[in-house]
Design a protein around this ligand. Structure first.
Ligand code: A3P
Length: 322
């Protein structure tokens, strides 16, 4: 088995060497281009394995996003919604001692093998992925399972990524200069980028099958979370009853999953995520500011305009916010 593993790793290395590559100053901007999307090498092997092997069930629900768009929040909310009967007493809720990423399997890292599919109990399952729509494993499309997509102002997603890349992925290196990072981001070179094409891939899928794809917008949720959380619960088949709403169950879930609450928990301040894997990370890396418009503290009007211009070009006429 070990020999097989070695061989497949060797084949993968050979395969990688055939792909276009960008060498970044920090690992997050060190990417390979595969099917029009820039991947960090540590996850690309999982992406390909998922494409080859993953068998979706019609009852699966996929939480999809570009990194830094609010994935952690969406995972916490979806998990809290589907498990609310089991954990009605929030004082012992798993989210108080488990990082949201650990509550929901991540397709390209956790669930790539056939064994996973075969070991399923047939139950409803929440899963997460950052793979763009056009590269999703075929079974996800053909099984008709539901997809929730969260997205955000590209300027804030960019600033969030820039912080993540510079201060977390490589503690020893200096911040990648902002101008250089904007340049790369505009060219599409960023983790799972081009950012805009990723959003558009799901937007197109939503237009074709609105009953299968729900779009959530970070800014709307931050201003007024209740309507979006209600929509999310309806969409994944766990609607809140009138009694639940009257008893404040919805509000309690919103409070439990709020940035203020989650970022202040010990597990998210001090814990470490997937410590034994190549994706090991301090949990606090996923909780920075949680604000709308933090880009204003970093981007000059010129740099902001560069990003806005691409947003207008790519999203103009689609119905996506400009
Ligand atoms: P900032 O860097 O702007 O603060 P992802 O989870 O996709 O990696 O996105 C991370 C971004 O979501 C970070 O944005 C992070 O602070 C923010 N975030 C994390 N948890 C959140 C929550 N519960 N509510 C709102 N924003 C949250």
């Amino acid at each position: 088995e070990e020999a097989n593993l070695q061989k497949s790793n060797q084949n993968f290395e050979e395969f990688l060497s055939t792909l276009p590559r960008v060498y970044g100053k920090t690992p997050l901007f060190d990417c390979y281009l595969y099917q029009g999307c820039w991947y960090h090498p540590s996850l690309l092997q999982g992406v390909i394995a998922a494409q080859q092997q993953f068998e979706a069930q019609p009852t699966d629900v996929f939480l999809c996003s570009v990194p830094k768009s609010g994935t952690t929040w969406l995972k916490a909310l979806a998990f809290a919604i589907v498990s609310r009967k089991k954990y009605s007493d929030h004082s012992s809720h798993p989210l108080l001692h488990t990082m949201p990423h650990e509550c929901i399997p991540f397709l390209e890292a956790d669930v790539v093998t056939k064994e996973h599919t075969n070991n399923r109990t047939g139950e409803f399952q929440l899963l997460a992925t950052h793979i763009p729509y056009h590269s999703l494993p075929k079974s996800i499309i053909s099984s008709g399972c539901k997809i929730v997509y969260i997205f955000r102002d590209p300027k804030d997603a960019f600033i969030s990524l820039w912080h993540f890349a510079s201060t977390v992925m490589s503690k020893d290196s200096t911040h990648i200069p902002l101008e250089e990072a904007v340049e790369l981001f505009c060219k599409g070179v960023s983790y799972y980028g081009p950012y805009w094409d990723h959003v558009l891939s799901f937007w197109k899928a939503r237009r074709e099958a609105p009953e299968r794809v729900l779009f959530l917008r970070y800014e709307e949720m931050r201003k007024d979370p209740l309507p979006s959380v209600k929509k999310l619960a309806d969409f994944i088949g766990y609607p809140f009853s009138v009694e639940e709403e009257n008893e404040g169950v919805l509000q309690k879930i919103v409070d439990l999953c709020s940035f203020e609450n989650l970022s202040d928990l010990d597990i998210n301040k001090k814990g470490r995520h997937r410590p034994e894997t190549p994706y090991a990370m301090d949990n606090n890396a996923y909780f920075r500011k949680g604000k709308i418009g933090d880009w204003r503290n970093h981007l000059t009007p010129e740099l902001a305009e560069r990003l806005d211009q691409i947003t207008r070009e790519k999203f103009g006429g689609t119905g996506l916010p400009l």
